[in-house]
Design a protein around this ligand. Structure first.
Ligand code: FAD
Ligand code: MLT
Ligand code: ZN
Length: 471
């Protein structure tokens, strides 16, 4: 191993390799503080060629590697195991926007650019990168693609995978796949780029991507609504869809207990003026210069108020006002984190079954852990609810977290009965591979293992992530 470290040091230089324990530590704990790993060193290559050479050297020595972007994984996907045998390979120095083409509406971008920097670059060029998550200030393009992130705009633009036209990937043996194509049509065999999207660093290291952009909206309008029930929230959603589905940029849900944690813990929050059991944030956008979004929003909400689908609504009067609405939503995860320990259930179900899911889960959870708080929020417009559970006041975080699997199993049983998924957008990481056998067993898991064996036969890339051990 010393020979390997020496060769990596020669390759990367002092700026490219961190070995001091205090430098390594921040990379070894996940965002939620649930897993504390250890790493031999942090590799910080500055180019695709350097990534390839690092990977080739590690492969030659059989050394394990954990690719890491912004380290915002909700499932500890970028956290190494505690034995300290792996290197963390961070992509953060690959941070160039290589090109933006406003005719093709594409962006060629390196893996270490943050999602927010990519959005700003697209906006500066007069276009829209239509992917938005609350962690966008830290999450990087490589991580967002490796997890197939969903986020706030899925109902209109799809998940991260729907935005990828081409990829550049360093394979497990150190070869580079130059797949940075920008074609909208290309049926030349298996769609390899989609194998790497959502593979969570287990099949290859994404170093750059060609992403689809969209025209930048001319008009945006937003409203924050107090809603009497989840059924009413869905009825409201259906009304906006019927009015103008193409304008629905986001339709997000926050339950009152979740909003309370945001107001309690996040400075500078403006709480809604009226109290309700549920809230929705509606974001509309159009490129149509004749589309009068404000009138549509006002009319639809006035009728909804009349029909009892909402009890109150605030309409944004400016971009700053809209940002204040989004601050409520974007801080749901942070507010919950500051309140104490939580178990996250990132589930999706058919949209029509969300009221059943929430009602059944509340009953089952209270039965399992009396006094626990269901802290629900999420992307209700695409069926993805973050059905998170907060520790009760009368037990310690440790006691609560020791029941994490029971809590997840309790919620997942309901999700399964509704034909949903136990992981809508966060992936599997190191926290949930144990669920794969039950949910994806048989031919599906066999195919996944076969793909892993074909692309990473020595199993050096992010071991222990996504797949359960082979029987
Ligand atoms: P990391 O956490 O560093 O890594 C994630 C996984 O990708 C790991 O398995 C890692 O090994 C792998 N990886 C990273 N970079 C590469 C690469 N270049 N090549 C190959 N593999 C790589 N997710 C959503 O989908 N929707 C949301 O709305 C959402 N909201 C969030 C809000 C908050 C506050 C937080 C903290 C997280 C949220 N997430 C959300 C989780 C989400 O998965 C991440 O924020 C993001 O997609 C991960 O990007 P990252 O750069 O931080 O990746
Ligand atoms: C979000 O949408 O804010 C995150 O994906 C949710 C979470 O914290 O579970
Ligand atoms: Zn989410």
């Amino acid at each position: 191993m010393d020979d390997l470290l020496n060769r990596l040091t020669t390759l990367l230089g002092p700026a490219g390799l961190l070995t001091a324990p205090s430098d390594i530590a921040p990379f070894c704990t996940d965002w939620r503080g649930l897993m504390h790993g250890a790493a031999r060193a942090i590799l910080r290559p500055a180019s695709t060629d350097q990534v390839a050479q690092c990977v080739a050297l590690c492969a030659e020595h059989g050394a394990k590697m954990v690719p890491q972007g912004g380290n915002t994984s909700m499932v500890a996907g970028a956290t190494p195991s505690a034995d300290g045998s792996a290197f963390i390979l961070t992509l953060s120095r690959l941070n160039q926007v290589r090109a933006i083409d406003t005719t093709d509406l594409t962006m060629t971008i390196e893996a270490g650019v943050t999602l927010q920097a990519a959005q700003i670059a697209a906006d500066d060029a007069g276009a829209l990168l239509p992917l938005s998550i609350s962690a966008e200030g830290s999450a990087q393009i490589g991580g967002v693609l490796a997890t197939n992130a969903g986020g706030n705009n899925t109902l209109r633009y799809g998940n991260a995978r729907d935005l990828v036209l081409g990829l550049e990937v360093v394979l497990a043996d150190g070869r580079i796949w130059h797949g940075l194509r920008s074609l909208r049509k290309d049926n030349t065999g298996y769609c390899l780029r989609q194998l790497f999207v959502g593979s969570e660093g287990t099949l290859g290291i994404i170093t750059a991507a060609v992403l689809k952009l969209s025209p930048r909206p001319r008009d945006r309008q937003a409203a924050f609504c107090a809603v009497p029930s989840v059924d009413a929230a869905l009825a409201l959603f259906a009304r906006f869809r019927a009015e103008d589905a193409s304008a629905l940029q986001a339709f997000e849900y926050i339950a009152a207990p979740t909003l309370d944690l945001v107001v309690k813990h996040i400075p500078g929050i403006t709480p809604p003026t009226s109290r309700a059991p549920h809230y929705v944030l509606i974001d509309l956008a159009t490129t149509n210069k004749h589309g009068n979004l404000r009138a549509m929003l006002e009319d639809t909400l006035a009728t909804a108020l009349n029909d009892g689908l909402i009890t109150d609504a605030a309409l944004a009067d400016s971009a700053a006002h809209r940002a204040a609405f989004w601050k409520l939503r974007e801080n749901c995860a942070e507010g919950q984190k500051q309140e104490g320990a939580s178990v996250k259930n990132d589930v999706s179900v058919p949209v029509s079954t969300i009221p059943t899911l929430l009602a059944q889960a509340e009953t089952a959870l209270q039965h399992l852990i009396p006094g626990c708080r269901m802290v629900a929020f999420g992307h209700i417009g695409d069926g993805n609810i973050h059905l998170n559970v907060q520790q009760p006041a009368n037990i310690t975080a440790g006691e609560f977290l020791s029941q994490a699997h029971d809590i997840m199993d309790c919620v997942n049983a309901i999700v399964q009965s509704l034909h949903g998924s136990f992981s809508a957008e966060h992936g599997i990481g190191k926290l949930k591979p144990y669920l794969m056998t039950n949910w994806r067993g048989g031919p599906e898991l066999d195919m996944m293992h076969a793909i892993k064996s074909a692309l990473d036969p020595a199993c050096t890339l992010n071991p222990g992530t996504l797949l359960p051990p082979r029987p």
